[in-house]
Every structure is written in C-alpha cells, then in structure tokens.
Write a protein that binds this ligand. Structure first.
Ligand SMILES: Nc1ncnc2c1ncn2[C@@H]1O[C@H](COP(=O)(O)OP(=O)(O)OP(=O)(O)O)[C@@H](O)[C@H]1O
Ligand SMILES: [Mg+2]
Length: 471
C-alpha cells in the first residue's frame, strides 16, 4: 500500500486535512451548542422571572392575575416546549397546567430540595440534569417568587436538552455542509498540487532510465522556478555533462585507434614487402630500422596514454616536496645536450631568482620541463634559439620556456593542450603523439597552478607556468 510517492503524499495530506476539519468541527459544534444552551437558559430565566412576578401579584388581584398567570404558563409551555411548575414555599402547586404536580425527569424529592435552596437563598438556580435510563438530558431553571421581599415559592421551568438541540440543528447541518465543501475543494487542490510535484519527479526518473540506456541527449523541461525546477536544471546539467564525457570517450577511442592504426599499417606494409621480396635484401636494414622506429613511437604513445590516464584517475597522489628548481632545469637541458648540439641550437638560460626553491612534485615537474624543452628543440629550426628563465612574483615562481621557431597559428592555440592535437599534421607527422602538452597541462592543474602559451607564426612560441615559491 502507498508504494508511490503520490499515494503517500495524498494519504498524508488528506488525513491531515480530515483531522484538522474534524477537530475544527468538534470545537465549533461545542461552542455553538454551549452558546445556544446558554441563550435558551437565559430566555427561560426571563420567562421564569415573568411568571414569578405574576405569581407574586396573584393574591392581591386574585382572579384576573390567576388568569394572566395561567395564560403565561400556557404560552411559555407552548413556545418553549417546557414543563412549568409554580410552587409555594411548602411545595404545593399553585398553578393549573400540570395536574400531577411534577415534571418528567425531576422527582418530587429533587423538586423539594431545589425549592428549599431557592427559599433559603432567594437566588435563582440553574440545574443540568444528566441523561439517565429512558430519559434524555434536561435543564431546569428555578426562580423564586417573592412578596414584600419574602420568598413565597419558586417557579420551575424544565426543558429537555432535545428541544434545545432543535434550535441549533440547522446550524450544525450548514456547518457540516460547508466542511464537506471545504474538504472537497481542499482535496481537489491537493490532488492538483501533488500531481504537480510527482509528475516532474516521474518524468525525471524516466529520463534517468533513458540516460542509463545511453541516450545522453535526454533533457527535461525546466520552466518551474521552485525546487523542482532547480532539480530539473541540475538534472539537465548532469545529462549534458554525461553527454560531453561520452562524446570525449568516443573521440578518445577513435583518436587512439587512429593513432595506433597508421604505424601498424605502415609496419605491416614494410614487413610484407620484406617477406615477398618487394624490398630488396640490400635495403632490409633500412626498413627494419624504420619498423623499429615505429614500434618505439608506438611504445611511447602507449606509455604517454597510460601516464595521462594515471594522472587523470588521481590514483598516484602528488608527492609535494621543497626542491631547487634551477638545478632541475639545468639537468633537463644537459639530458638533451646531444640533440641541442646536433641542431646547433643556442640555449639561453637566465635564472633571475637563484636559488629558486619551490614546493611541488619534483618528478612531475621534471616531466613538464622535459616535455616543454623537448617540444622547443623538436620544432625549432636548426640554429635556432631556446630561452629559459625563472623569476618570482608574489610567492609564485614563473618559468618561461620560449623558442624562435615556426610558432603556432592563433586559431590553434585554444586546442594546443588537447590530447592528440598536433598543428599541421603534414609538417609534424611522425614527430610526436600530441600527448605531451595534455600531460603537462594535467600536471600543472594538479598543482593548482596555471600554464599559458603565446605564439606568433614565424617568430616563435613561449610557454609560461607557475609553481608555489617557498624561500
Ligand atoms: N615550441 C613549439 N613550437 C611550435 N609548435 C609547437 C611547440 N610546442 C608544441 N607545438 C605544437 O603543439 C602540438 C602539441 O604538442 P605536444 O607536445 O602535445 O605533442 P607532440 O610534441 O606532437 O607529441 P609528444 O609530446 O607526445 O611527443 C605539437 O604537435 C606541435 O604542433
Ligand atoms: Mg611534445
């Protein structure tokens, strides 16, 4: 039961509504009933006082008054549905109307007891007679009648609670009707509001199922301004994110396959040529070397890919330590000395901050330096110049590696750090895998630092990155 959110909310809200309305009805009913009883008893007290007055005048004007009294008693009996008893202080009935001298629900003893009370105090009393077997609840008003300030007897007006009920039953009926109407209206409103909440939730769960099936372009309406609307916007944001990740994954797989396929195809061609004799035996060495180069390149590519995925997965946390950066730069250049000499490059090193201590993962920083220096050496023309300098601004060590090589076209700059992105495939083909800068960027980001590139075609390229300086 109540498995769905909708049913649960409805059940909860409807029971709250019914409970509130019932409570209100009971309170209203009680207050109306008390008011009506009070008003009726006040009326009866007034009538009793009038009868008491007539009774007190009775002896002096005798017959005329007797008739007035008789008629008054009759009127009140008829108009109020009440039983009336006029007694003298000895308990004798002095009015015609109720021959047996008693009223239903009130025994002679009780009547005498009340009479005594009234005679003793001279004050009127009101008695609520509770219901007992066969007889419903009733009310009795007892008012003394006096002659020259002496209590001569009492007027009893006795009425059943039922006759009072008759006076407020229509009010009750109207109340019940308006409550029912209110309940119906509130119920309808509730249904509408709850639907308004649960429908978008259901829509979202269906959309989530579609996303789980791989339909990442799923979007849901997000027009609402409330929390549901915010949830819908967050949901769509998530769907877009997933869609982007999926797109990147596909692009990545296709890039990797493409990057692996071209060397594999060329190797296959060379090996086939060696086998079937298309490649003459005297050229074998040359082609075997080409194949060897290709396998080395593929090895590098796979190594770089693994490296990138390791960095991205965050499985190898940074080993932050304080070290002297300039020494690392010197070492990185020395490692490339053979290539620098071969290309007859001019290397210009300027350490404006020396020594330059930084806090970072030294192995990763070495990777960054090696990649950037490798690029500069690789792309600059023979005889070109490499400039490397470090300086400190506001607690940050700035490292700049620039060359006066071919430069990178402006429209390529935004993509230069993307994986597999190489400028001018034809010119740089076989020179690199296009993963170096992607790895560099990831490492710098892991350190919460930034890397920038500026370049002018024909003039040169300049990479700048920062590291936290710790003097
Ligand atoms: N100093 C530079 N001068 C000119 N072009 C550059 C320079 N550095 C990078 N590029 C361009 O940016 C591209 C991406 O560089 P990245 O280092 O990511 O890849 P790569 O050097 O081609 O391959 P890898 O570094 O994986 O061996 C390069 O292919 C090259 O076109
Ligand atoms: Mg590179």
């Amino acid at each position: 039961m109540f498995r769905s959110l909708y049913a649960r909310m409805m059940a909860l809200l409807l029971s709250a509504l019914i409970l509130a309305l019932s409570l209100l009805s009971v309170l209203l009913y009680q207050s109306i009933r008390d008011d009506k009883i009070e008003a009726r008893l006040n009326d009866l007290s007034i009538q009793a006082a009038e009868i008491a007055y007539l009774a007190s005048q009775r002896t002096s004007l005798s017959l005329q008054m007797e008739r007035y009294l008789y008629r008054k008693v009759e009127d009140v009996q008829r108009d109020f549905g009440a039983a009336i008893l006029v007694l003298d202080r000895l308990g004798r009935t002095i009015q015609v109307g109720l021959e047996d001298g008693s009223i239903q629900g009130l025994t002679i003893d009780e009547a005498n007891e009340y009479l005594r009370q009234v005679v003793d105090t001279g004050e009127p009393i009101r008695i609520r007679v509770p219901a007992h077997v066969g007889v419903g609840a009733a009310f009795t008003v007892v008012v003394p009648w006096k002659q020259s300030d002496i209590v001569m007897g009492a007027v009893f007006i006795h009425t059943s609670a039922q006759t009072i009920q008759a006076s407020y039953r229509p009010v009750l009926l109207r109340m019940a009707l308006s409550m029912a109407l209110a309940a119906a209206l509130a119920g309808a409103l509730l249904i509408a509001v709850t639907r308004g909440i649960t429908r978008p939730v259901r829509r979202m769960s269906r959309a989530a199922e579609r996303i789980a099936r791989g339909e990442f372009d799923t979007q849901i309406p997000e027009g609402r301004k409330d929390e549901i609307g915010a949830l819908a916007r967050a949901f769509n944001e998530m769907a877009r994110g997933l869609s982007k990740v999926e797109e990147m994954r596909r692009a990545f797989v296709s890039d990797v396959s493409h990057e692996l396929r071209s060397p594999l195809t060329s190797m296959q061609g060379f090996l086939q040529g060696m086998l079937d004799g298309t490649i003459p035996p005297e050229d074998l060495d040359k082609y075997i070397n080409i194949v060897l180069d290709e396998t080395r390149r593929m090895n590098r590519l796979v190594g770089s890919l693994l490296e990138l995925s390791r960095i991205e997965s965050g499985k190898t946390p940074l080993a932050i330590a304080r070290f002297e950066l300039n020494e690392f730069i010197r070492m990185a250049i020395i490692r490339q000395e053979a290539r620098i000499d071969e290309k007859k490059l001019d290397v210009d090193v300027e350490f404006r901050q020396d020594p330059c201590y930084v806090s970072a993962d030294s192995v990763r920083v070495d990777q960054v330096l090696t990649n950037l220096i490798d690029n500069a050496i690789k792309y600059v023309q023979p005889g070109g110049t490499l400039t490397i300098w470090t300086h400190v601004v506001n607690d940050l060590a700035h490292i700049t590696i620039s060359d006066n090589g071919p430069g990178i076209p402006e429209e390529e700059l935004p993509y230069i750090f993307d994986r597999f992105h190489t400028v001018d495939k034809a010119r740089t083909s076989g020179m690199g895998t296009g993963l170096g800068l992607a790895i560099v960027k990831k490492i710098i980001e892991l350190h919460n630092q930034s890397i920038r590139v500026t370049s002018t075609v024909g003039k040169g390229t300049c990479f700048m990155f920062t590291l936290p300086y710790t003097p």
